[in-house]
Design a binder for this molecule. Structure first.
Ligand SMILES: Nc1ncnc2c1ncn2[C@@H]1O[C@H](COP(=O)(O)OP(=O)(O)OP(=O)(O)O)[C@@H](O)[C@H]1O
Ligand SMILES: [Zn+2]
Length: 630
């Protein structure tokens, strides 16, 4: 049976026609991206545009099956396209670049796609694409893997939760005192060696940030905090030894870090009431031998070898500092930096009665290496491709009335498997009313003729916005969220007379506009987020500026205290025009009526597609729909 008739069987001839005219954007041509590209082309998407900023590396070849040895150092996107272009007639367009580059990939470029697939490996790019998808109301299929674990989540702007509706796990951090004073696991010593010792000794311009109020010290003991700060200052002295290049001073480094600093710690009695006291190195252990010895990296060395290796590597790095502008970055693949961190961590482990580790093991931990598994990538990419059919309403047998009924967010978990099932899927959640990306603001696109960025002033923008949206100019605040800076507010107007060019506002900038006026009922206008886009023009004027056709809803001006109060119910109304993405309103029972009226007034002025959901629509996700993988 030909492939054509198989696809027709699944989605029907009519829908196959639609699929063939669908234009999709695939971001990332790595592990998941290679799989997805193959899936999407086999499904006969009409156009597939694929973006990646990277070139192919030897380490990619074990799982990124579109690439061969001869492709090393070639761009991933165009090489991937070459590998699949004979599969069928989809139009394939590769781009080499960073998806966050607004010059290469302006908003209107994103706007030309029907659906976006993320196959990325970092939070920043995922967040950025999520925002673009929200600005333009384009469905996004978000996915990721980590070893045998993975997830896939369709995001339908305004209807389902976005990537930023839930808090994302950030890399694990440890309290300062655990790392600096009371380590109890190998990882604590590795973090100390890599993030503290190495960077203090070998990185240019280290400044102690120990004064930061927000720091998680993990202790309130004043003596201990004082000691930690003092120790940091003293290490800056050790960096001077490193810079001097005088290797006869290496024993001083050993003595300071592994004897004197530990003795100082021992004097803080409080620390050792319930802990085993550390044992500093003995004086005769710091006699150094700078000869470079070859040792097996896969076994744990004796403490004597650790000290010897620490000394010889310090000597090597000291010499390198001179040739490398007094700045060396830790890199797990740079053997010297790895062995410095490994030996320093192990000597500290020995002092604190913690088991030492092999350099090989420390490389995995210090380099945050989780092996990438080809099968996990294939499963997640397959789900992403499959679910896209549902998001595009192309599955006749599984029509959905509300996107939240899609039980199509998948989690694959080999670690902590529940019910012995690898894959779980759940219905999609509605947007989180507290999400700063999709719910807390109204957003749209402001288009400005290219030729007036050099003459249009911030003040002109303030007047244009106030006229359009009934803002009170006196109470208006404008923030440049891309540059994280205040541009104007009631007591800061020194930039008002500057042109957009002078204040570096250009296509790709995002402005957050807030009118802080509150009416008698404590209601105020919801903040407006405006994406600045340009219109190619040579003699445009301010009259050619295009603003989104939206009415900004009134919302209860909540204090942060009220915001934290989980009890208020929520009602969401989605209003869509060409440029409007979504409007919603936080409701409290007692004034729900007045707000509903205002919202429907707002809605009546624009061409609307309004879908209203039940009150109390913040749902807690239960992963009860479980699919077993065969
Ligand atoms: N901002 C970005 N713009 C374009 N492509 C990006 C961006 N950020 C990441 N990527 C690409 O996304 C892909 C993610 O794929 P993957 O997770 O397999 O990473 P990898 O670099 O190929 O492999 P590994 O990190 O495991 O060595 C990479 O090819 C990477 O270049
Ligand atoms: Zn959100």
């Amino acid at each position: 049976m030909s492939r054509d008739s198989n696809i027709t069987k699944i989605i029907g001839a009519e829908n196959l026609k639609k699929l063939r005219s669908t234009k999709c954007l695939l971001i990332g041509a790595g592990g998941i991206g290679s799989e997805l590209l193959k899936d999407l082309i086999m499904m006969e998407f009409g156009e597939i545009h694929i973006v990646d900023l990277d070139t192919i590396d030897l380490s990619n070849l074990n799982r990124q099956f579109l690439f061969r040895q001869r492709d090393i150092k070639q761009p991933k996107s165009s090489t991937a396209v070459k590998a699949v272009q004979g599969f069928n007639n989809s139009k394939l367009v590769p781009y080499e670049g960073n998806i966050m580059d607004t010059t290469q990939f302006p908003l209107h470029w994103f706007g030309s796609f029907d659906i976006i697939f993320n196959a990325l490996d970092n939070l920043a790019a995922r967040r950025y694409v999520n925002k673009m998808s929200q600005f333009l109301s384009i469905p996004l299929l978000e996915s990721g893997t980590s070893g045998f674990d993975g997830y896939m989540q369709p995001i339908i702007p305004g209807e389902t939760e976005c990537f930023d509706c839930t808090k994302k796990e950030t890399p694990k951090t440890f309290p300062v005192c655990t790392i600096r004073s009371t380590p109890s696991q190998p990882i604590h010593c590795i973090v100390w060696a890599k993030n503290f010792l190495f960077s203090q000794l070998f990185t240019a311009d280290v400044s102690a940030d120990d004064d930061s109020e927000s720091k998680d010290w993990g202790t309130t003991d004043k003596d201990e905090i004082k000691r930690i700060k003092q120790e940091t200052n003293e290490l800056q002295e050790l960096q001077k030894i490193i810079l001097s290049g005088d290797n006869t001073l290496i024993p001083k480094i050993l003595e300071k870090i592994f004897i004197h600093d530990i003795e100082k710690l021992l004097k803080i009695e409080n620390l050792w009431k319930n802990r085993i006291r550390p044992t500093p190195l003995k004086d005769n252990q710091t006699v150094v031998d700078l000869n470079d010895k070859n040792l097996d990296l896969s076994i744990v060395w004796s403490i004597h070898d650790q000290i010897q290796k620490f000394s010889s590597i310090t000597n090597k790095l000291m010499k390198r500092m001179k040739n490398e502008d007094n700045h060396i970055e830790f890199d797990k693949d740079d053997e010297d930096t790895l062995e410095f961190v490994a030996t320093a961590a192990n000597i500290r482990s020995q002092i604190f009665n913690i088991p030492m580790k092999s350099v090989f093991d420390i490389k995995q931990i210090a380099g945050n290496i989780i092996p990438a598994i080809a099968t996990t990538n294939a499963i997640i990419a397959g789900l992403s491709a499959l679910v896209s059919l549902r998001v595009l309403h192309l599955l006749n047998y599984a029509q959905i009335s509300k996107p939240v009924e899609l039980n199509m967010a998948f989690t694959a978990k080999a670690s902590n498997m529940s019910h012995n099932r690898y894959l779980t899927n759940r219905t999609l959640a509605k947007p989180n009313c507290k999400c700063p990306v999709c719910q807390k603001v109204v957003r749209g696109v402001m288009q400005i003729p290219t030729n007036i960025f050099s003459t249009l002033k911030l003040n002109d923008i303030i007047n244009i916005l106030s006229e359009k949206y009934n803002f009170d100019t006196e109470e208006l605040a404008i923030l440049d969220t891309t540059g994280q800076r205040l541009l104007s507010d009631f007591d800061f107007d020194s930039l008002d007379d500057k042109t957009l060019e002078e204040i570096h506002i250009k296509a790709g900038s995002v402005l957050l506009v807030t009118d802080e006026t509150e009416d008698d009922n404590g209601m105020g206008l919801k903040p407006l987020e405006l994406y600045i886009d340009d219109i190619e023009m040579n003699n445009g004027t301010a009259d050619d500026i295009k603003l989104p056709e939206i009415k900004i809803p009134l919302v209860k001006m909540t204090t942060s205290e009220e915001e934290n109060n989980e009890s208020s119910s929520v009602e969401t109304a989605v209003i869509q025009t060409n440029e409007v993405i979504s409007l919603d309103i936080d409701e409290e029972d007692n004034n729900a009526d007045s707000k509903k009226r205002k919202l429907s007034d707002a809605a009546s002025n624009v061409e609307t597609k309004k879908s209203k959901t039940e009150a109390d629509n913040v749902s807690i996700i239960e992963e009860d729909d479980i699919i077993e993988l065969n």
